[in-house]
Design a protein around this ligand. Structure first.
Ligand code: SF4
Length: 168
């Protein structure tokens, strides 16, 4: 819907713009987009053992059959995780080590495992704090609903005003 009402000199119902980071779309463990229906996900509540297993069993560049076969990170789903989680230094180490078979795939995946575990640890700690306080959750939800109602009321008033429906 157009945000600008012609002749009204007002802007209402402004279309929201996306604010996406470069990791807005997470790759799945098999290189496709991460989706529950593909069975290629890492869940926020997965245990460290499960996360480690999931990443260590990710497919890699099919050319790397043996440890000393060179590979190409661009053909490997693990690389997409490095692009999100790894520093430039680690990415350069992977690019070099993969293409000249200087590193093994498990060695390469270790950096991704550690980065994902670090990230999940923070999320899981926070989740367990909230889990222990159901009353707090109820309060947050109720305050959120009230704030949403208030915002909706404000928007409806704006629309009515713009459409000259304020006679009631
Ligand atoms: S070394 Fe890393 S980027 Fe290269 S094929 Fe193995 S897992 Fe993939």
């Amino acid at each position: 819907m157009l945000g600008h009402l012609e002749g009204g000199g007002r802007v209402i119902l402004l279309e929201p713009k996306p604010l996406l980071t470069k990791a807005a779309k997470m790759p799945g463990l098999d290189g496709r987009k991460m989706s529950k229906s593909y069975g290629n996900t890492i869940s926020l509540r997965d245990s460290p053992t499960k996360v480690e297993y999931s990443i260590n069993t990710m497919p890699t560049d099919p050319a790397r059959v043996r440890r000393n076969d060179p590979g190409d990170p661009q053909k490997c789903p693990v690389w997409k995780f490095h692009e999100i989680y790894s520093s430039d230094e680690v990415k350069a180490w992977v690019a070099e080590g993969c293409t000249n078979a200087g590193i093994g795939c498990l060695e390469c995946k270790r950096h991704v495992v550690d980065a994902v575990l670090n990230e999940l640890y923070i999320i899981q700690q926070r989740a367990s704090e909230f889990n222990a306080q159901p009353e707090l959750i109820r309060t947050i939800v109720s305050e959120g609903c009230e704030a949403a109602r208030e915002a909706a009321r404000w928007t409806l008033d704006e629309v009515r005003h713009a459409l000259f429906l304020n006679h009631r």
